[in-house]
Design a protein around this ligand. Structure first.
Ligand code: 6PG
Length: 266
């Protein structure tokens, strides 16, 4: 059934409420996928907001609600460092969650940041192919952060990877960081069944406003590239990050609510 695409803005009170909401979404989607298909494929990202969500998933009461045996973890981006480096996205998820839960080692599909960028990207493309089959992978869930500059995964403003339409994963040179990064293409992200952005704090206000309500300028705001073709898109934000959004104005005028406020975006 082609063409199903729903975008929602979900406003949480603060960063910890946001992380709890994300962790609960993970549990809900994992159980739904495992019930339907026997497995749940999810791509993680780096960033400070996901870290808290990962820790919640590794602790009671959520840890008992996740069907860990059937979860397959992948990454949407990685830095060119070994897995024990402090900058490794794998290391962050490993410390916050993986090492604390009963997930089979074979279900953890990390990007090999210790290799040279081209080889690491090719190897990961093969890893994706052996799990998902030919063509672009279709993830059950991709969790993303968004940088203050509007980047997501390692799709940074003005970089070559922004125009990639066929490869699933590639190495991307990021001049402002003087380094390569491994990253999913927007084509892979847009092929997912569910995409969730986790965006928190006042530093995100200008980019989030441009991404959701600004003119289309994907080279400057790569997060604008993300629109699943046949899936759901949720911007999970806190009140601080949402402060500049027209769409959030009436929600923010209300007193802080217990439950997150959901707004459908056109
Ligand atoms: C990375 C991330 C990146 C991150 C954003 C947001 O490896 O740098 O995958 O895309 O998600 O920079 O990070 P924060 O949540 O820390 O703001």
């Amino acid at each position: 059934m082609p063409g199903k695409s729903v975008s929602k803005l979900i406003i949480c009170r603060d960063a910890s409420h946001l992380a709890a909401t994300a962790a609960n979404e993970f549990v809900r989607l994992a159980n739904e996928s495992v019930g339907r298909a026997g497995k749940f494929s999810v791509a993680l990202s780096g960033g400070s907001t996901p870290r808290v969500a990962f820790s919640l998933l590794a602790a009671s009461p959520l840890v008992e609600q996740v069907p860990w045996n059937s979860i397959h973890l992948f990454w949407s981006d990685e830095r060119m460092v070994p897995p024990d480096d402090k900058d490794s996205n794998f290391r962050m998820a490993n410390e916050a969650m993986i090492s604390r839960v009963a997930i089979p080692a074979a279900n953890v599909h990390r990007m090999r940041g210790e290799l040279d960028p081209e080889t690491a990207a090719d190897e990961y493309a093969k890893e994706l192919e052996s799990f998902f089959g030919d063509g672009l992978p279709r993830f059950d869930l991709i969790m993303l952060g968004m940088g203050d500059d509007g980047h997501t995964a390692s799709l940074f403003p003005g970089t070559e990877a922004l125009s990639e339409t066929t490869r699933s994963v590639l190495s991307n040179y990021v001049a402002k960081l003087s380094t390569h990064r491994l990253t999913f293409s927007s084509a892979t992200i847009n092929n997912a069944a569910n995409v969730i952005f986790l965006i928190s704090g006042p530093a995100k206000v200008p980019a989030l406003k441009e991404v959701i309500e600004g003119e289309l300028n994907t080279s400057l705001y790569p997060s604008q590239l993300i629109h699943p073709k046949d899936g759901t898109l949720e911007y999970l934000v806190d009140r601080a990050a949402a402060a500049g959004l027209e769409a959030a104005r009436s929600a923010l005028a209300q007193p802080e609510a217990e439950a997150p406020v959901e707004i459908e975006l056109s």
